[in-house]
Each structure stands twice: as C-alpha cells, then as structure tokens.
Design a protein around this ligand. Sequence first.
Ligand SMILES: Cc1ncc(COP(=O)(O)O)c(C=O)c1O
Length: 343
Amino acid sequence: MFDLEKITRKNVRLMKAYSSARDEFKGQADIWLDANENPNESNLNRYPDPLQLSLKKKIAEQKKLPAEQIFVGNGSDEAIDLLFRAFCEPGQSKAILFPPTYGMYEVSAAINNIEVVEIPITNRFEIPQLDVIKPFLNCTGLLFICSPNNPTGNCTSSEAIIEIAKNFDGLVIVDEAYVDFSNAESATALIETTPNLVVLQTFSKAYGLAGARVGMALANAEIISVLNKIKPPYNMNTLSISAASEALENQSVINSQIQTIQSERERMKAELFELNNVVQVYPSEANFLLTEFTDSEKVFSALLNEGIVVRNRNSAIKNCLRISLGTPTENNQLITTLNKLQS
Ligand SMILES: Cc1ncc(COP(=O)(O)O)c(C=O)c1O
C-alpha cells in the first residue's frame, strides 16, 4: 500500500515550514508595513503571493483540478528537484529512468545523491512490459515516465502508467512537457485514482514562455502540500506569474500556434523523409522530430556551419538528430539547407 508519509524524507517530515509575511496576512489592507519592502508603489515593489493563487485559479479551471492539487514552480525543473528533496532519502532511495529520456532526471538524482536505475526503452521506444521492470520496482523513490518522451516523441499509455504505479511504493512522475502537442489523454485524469502519481507540465513549450520559467506539478493535495512546505517562500516572481496568467487568457492564440506546429510537424516529416541521407523520421506527438541520418555527425556540423542549430542525439540513439519545429519559414530554410548540403 502506498504510504506518502513513509516516503517523505525524514527531515522534511519533521521540519517546520518558513512562514513569510505574505503567508501570515493575506487579507485586504491599506498600509503594508510587514515585509520590509520599499513603500514607493510600482508593479514590482511588493512580494508576490507565495502560493500564486490567482494563477492557480486559472490553471484549475483549465485542468479541471482543485487549486490544492497544483504546484507552480520555477520551470518543471524546480518541481523535479523538489520531488527528489521531499520524497527521496539520499543514499537509500532510487530514481528509475527509461533512457534515452530527458537529462535532468539523472542530474537532479545526482545532486540529491540518489542512485539511478536505468531500464532502456525497447527498440520501438516503448517502456518494457511490467514483467521486465517489476524486479526493479522493489525499492522506493521516484520513477520517471516522460510522455511524450524527449527525445523519441512517443507517448506511454494510461494503462501502462496505472500498471506501473500499482506496483511501485514510490512516486510515479509523468512528465508531460510536450502534452499540448499530442492527441493522447493527459495523465491528470488518473490523479484522483492514483495516489502516487505526479504529473509535470510546463508553460515553456506550447505556451511560449520558456524565458519566464513556469512549470507545474499536479498531484493529490498531500503531495502538493509537501512541495509547498519546502519550496523557497517566493519561488515564482510577479512578472512570470502574470505572463502565465496572460497566456491562459489568450488560449485561442496558443491553440492556433499549436495547430500550426502540428501541421508543420506532418509537413516536415514528409519533407525530411524525401532527403537521400534521411533513413527515418520517427512519429512524434511533440514539437520536434527525431530524425535518423546516414551520418548524423556530418549533417550536424554542416548545419552548424550554416548557422542552424539542432540537437545532436547520436550518443543516445545512433545517427539521430532531434529537430525542433520552427516557424514555417525557418523550417523551409532547414530543408533548403539540407538539400544544398546533399548536392
Ligand atoms: C521532458 C522535459 N521536461 C521538462 C523540461 C523542462 O521544462 P521547464 O522549462 O518547465 O523547466 C524539458 C525541457 O526541455 C523537457 O524536455
């Protein structure tokens, strides 16, 4: 049986959270002399709301989840680090990964002195069947499923996520950084019935706010309250909170950008596949295309010489480059350059 208290790091369980001026008084007032701020009014002279409630209200509406089930952090990278700090005991707990996948899981594990257990995805880029991974689930810690996966672009089914979560006493973290580009159902629908599930989402990809650093962890309220207990008091700044709120208010603009990226994805998949030195363009539910070349190192450096930067994934998946979808003009330039390089 999953027991959150049992997996919460002992010092975190026992500590008392910092209580900021803005935590202690939240009502209406005319004169604020409680937080040693500069009294000259500007947009930024006051500390932000430590729990970002106005933003969470909007996220809650969109995700159909109560605000208590939402953590907002300085990118999903902050949520990943806090999950390690809250729910892993250094030197004891493990991080179970399915490589190749997003690199920060391993880095955060190393920072927190957590041993990484790697179970490679299959040659169809799928997480292996339960009987293969079950022997590795005999521990506590964090298990990461990136869906759609970076860099392979494919999703893991809800059934597989539920099956794994039922067989693991630690937390299953489903990283949905790219979910807005996918037609697959979000794992947020599973939160109510899966007590050890945390879903990560971000404003960095579809919402166009990579520079603002706004990420989310969505989970049951007990998990979220532990993350809130250990986060820095004002982890989100006023400018980023309003940028994310504004993006949610302009959902129709975001939707149309997503549609363009999705149709560019299909167009580029076909265009890349036409090239003689392209072996394979993998199906993608994200905003990038994992593309196998006959000689990826050669293509990678030739593109760099032409001022085009893509991500070289050759070390993880032989001869593969991960190519983000740009604007239609940028995508055309990429194809023109790749064609030129062949002649
Ligand atoms: C799978 C995945 N998760 C998380 C992140 C980081 O997201 P954020 O910008 O919210 O920290 C990335 C960024 O590339 C990513 O690929």
